[in-house]
Ligand binder design. Sequence first.
Ligand SMILES: Nc1ncnc2c1ncn2[C@@H]1O[C@H](COP(=O)(O)OP(=O)(O)O)[C@@H](O)[C@H]1O
Ligand SMILES: [Mg+2]
Length: 318
Amino acid sequence: MTSEKVVVLAGGLSHERDVSLRSGRRAAQALRDVGHDVVELDVSSSLLARLEELGRPVVVPMLHGGAGEDGAIRQALELADVPFVGSTSTSARVAFDKAIATPRVAAAGFATPRQIALPDDMFRELGSPTLVAALGRRLGFPMMVKPARSGSALGCTKVERVEDLPAAMVQAYAYGGVAVVETFVTGTEVAVPVVDLGDGPVALPAVEIRPDSGVYDYTARYTAGATRFLAPAELDQDVADRCAELAVGAHRALGLRDLSRTDLIVDGAGTPVFLEANVAPGMTETSTMPLSMEAAGMDLGHVLSSLVSLARQRGAGA
Ligand SMILES: Nc1ncnc2c1ncn2[C@@H]1O[C@H](COP(=O)(O)OP(=O)(O)O)[C@@H](O)[C@H]1O
Ligand SMILES: [Mg+2]
């Protein structure tokens, strides 16, 4: 038991504020259950002053989307000499941007969808039928259109026909200036958390995601009962091993620290295809990371507490 003070940072101004508050509550309770003195803070202009007042305790960022995962809040913590759990601002920035992360994971030798990134100004200027037709020819249908920098499947659309592509692009641009268009991977959706308790990154049990609606969208994610999760996933051992290899490989290729979660699809041939890596995995009642920990017989509070100790040892600004 420890009474060490810890700050759980949750809320923020992103589209995923509600989810973050739920993750924050769960993480804070788990840390309290193992004896930590937990202060829950939201992002505001008084945040850094408050952290200073509290004596710069270790921060556990539970912010999703936007500033929470794009490195911005981590940059501020680094600047303010506040130690925190999780990836540095630099690697968070890389992981959060699908137009950068996907090619990097592909370069490390893992399977990814074929992907084309298009900024909105370019699409608007050249958004001619020719460009749309070229995209269709290059990737084929169905394809997946996503904002390069967002989360919780917001702004993501599966596109079956060339005439639906422009509207899907506009939807993605509502969440940011760059959209990625990818080949659609058909198969079993799986999430694989990775935790590094000081001996190197280790994959936790894969969690299989079976949304009743067939689509793992925002509603399927955060409505109780809308999705069935199998932890551990029903995969052949060799496929499960390859999923674990991909998650650890992505964690390393993106330079991530402490914890991450890789989303992937096991395709018809049994190959795990990388979709994205998250530096601030959800911790809500319907999130895959806590389910995976449960399947592994690990306690969320103990895991977070170990990561807090590691962050304190590492010190501020690191
Ligand atoms: N290339 C793809 N092929 C098939 N489905 C995809 C593809 N990319 C994303 N998806 C689906 O969209 C969801 C959201 O995509 P993801 O890349 O995980 O972005 P985020 O979770 O950051 O919004 C995934 O959980 C998956 O169901
Ligand atoms: Mg995802």
